[in-house]
Design a protein around this ligand. Structure first.
Ligand code: CU
Length: 414
């Protein structure tokens, strides 16, 4: 089962918020789908280009075909366009054309590797799975002139399985790995659909002093991957620098996220100037439930992965609609996890169309409604009707969708 996800700079969904709200924070969010519009076929980076991202997929093969625990296997991804032609030209994103995250089904094992292109255009990496059992692969890539795509692949590894490690929420958000102490401080309550800034303070575990020797890893001072317990939600985030945070994240997308690190690290990755010891990632967890966060840092040439498990509280309760909030003459369209209701509205050509969109709760990704053909984008706060109005001049259909193209509706103009 493939999942294609696009990335957005303006994300509307609950998690895609990260991008929009933070500007400079690069993040990828994906969730699994059954290749249907109703699934979490998430896309970000460019809300209106969902179709573009769907135009690509990555075919996965392994050598040997049945992967054995403890034996090296070659994992191959061949990116194909809609016509089935191999796409060789992938953009370099965070220093690599493809990022591959390999995660065991219990989320206990996490590997972040980078397939390299071979002569036939496919991307390959050798990996040895230590144990038998179920794993999931998230291949993250961006074809030239496309948005980001994340292909999710389930892999069954033959061999002895280890005991499943239960996923338990951390009681302390202070972790020490390889001499690096990391304290994660969310700036608000962790609840489904809510935006949150995750601040990470790093310390040298031995001295207790802030760690100012962090090196750039993949072009940034830190790297974050967030996956839900059911493995459907995948968020790939990069930090904002402290300065960016203080500025309220107004940095241009694609701008320097960590100017210090970018400008002062050498080819060897040695930081000449003290690094910031604190990094922040603006994100949001799509739903309630357990999520695992892997924060990755680099020190002394070594990548240090620091895991956190958080329990996300249920999102905002369903708001009661105050009928007085719906303007007279407006057609009410509610948006919930069921999508738009009604999803189809018939209107008349040449007459003013007045729609009141009402988003019932935060447990859906419909944070924005987009009428791409009319270049209308409106934010939909929970519990408050938002009016969209315009006059269609020609008969036909006018589509609308949430920012990620998950929820869809249409106006039939007659
Ligand atoms: Cu990577």
């Amino acid at each position: 089962m493939f999942t294609r996800i696009l990335l957005t700079v303006l994300c509307f969904s609950v998690f895609a918020f990260l991008l929009a709200a933070c500007g400079g924070t690069a993040a990828t969010s994906t969730a699994e789908s059954q290749n249907t519009a109703s699934g979490h076929d998430m896309s970000t980076h460019n809300g209106t280009t969902t179709e573009l991202g769907r135009a690509f997929k990555a075919d996965f093969t392994s050598e040997p075909g049945t992967i054995q625990a403890g034996a090296p296997a070659t994992l191959t991804f061949t990116v194909k366009d809609k016509q089935g032609t191999t796409v060789k030209d992938l953009q370099i994103v965070h220093e690599k054309p493809m990022h591959l995250l390999i995660v065991s089904k219990d989320l206990a094992e996490f590997y972040h590797v980078h397939p390299e292109q071979s002569a036939d255009g496919s991307y390959r990496v050798q990996h040895t799975f230590p144990n038998g059992g179920d794993y999931k692969l998230y291949a993250d890539f961006t074809p030239k002139d496309s948005v980001q795509v994340v292909e999710q692949v389930d892999v069954k590894v033959a061999g002895t399985e280890r005991a499943k490690v239960p996923l338990l929420a951390d009681t302390s958000l202070m972790k020490t790995e390889n001499g690096l102490k990391v304290v994660m401080k969310p700036d608000g309550e962790l609840k489904g659909g809510a935006e949150v800034m995750l601040n990470f303070q790093t310390f040298d575990a031995a001295s207790g002093k802030p760690a100012t020797d962090l090196q750039n890893y993949l072009g940034e001072l830190a790297h974050f991957v967030i996956i839900s317990e059911d493995m459907k939600d995948f968020v790939h985030a990069h930090p904002m620098s402290k300065g960016e945070h203080d500025k309220g994240g107004k940095t241009e997308p694609g701008g320097e996220h960590n100017a210090d690190g970018h400008q002062h690290s050498t080819m060897e990755g040695t930081t000449v100037k003290p690094s910031a010891s604190e990094v922040a990632a603006h994100t949001s967890f799509p739903r309630s439930g357990l999520y695992k966060i892997w924060a990755q840092f680099q020190r002394g040439g070594q990548v240090i992965t620091v895991p956190f498990v958080v329990d996300i509280a249920p999102g905002e309760r369903r708001a009661e609609l105050n009928p007085a909030d719906v303007p007279a003459g407006a057609t009410l369209i509610t948006l919930s996890a069921n999508g738009y209701e009604p999803a189809s509205v018939t209107v008349n050509k040449g007459q003013l169309v007045k729609l009141a969109f009402y988003r019932t709760d935060a447990d859906n990704c419909g944070g924005e409604v987009v009428f791409a053909s009319r270049r209308i984008t409106k934010k939909l706060p929970v519990g408050k009707p938002v009016v969209v109005e315009f006059t269609p001049e020609t008969a036909g259909e006018i589509a609308f969708a949430c920012g990620m193209g998950m929820y869809k509706g249409k106006l039939i103009v007659q």
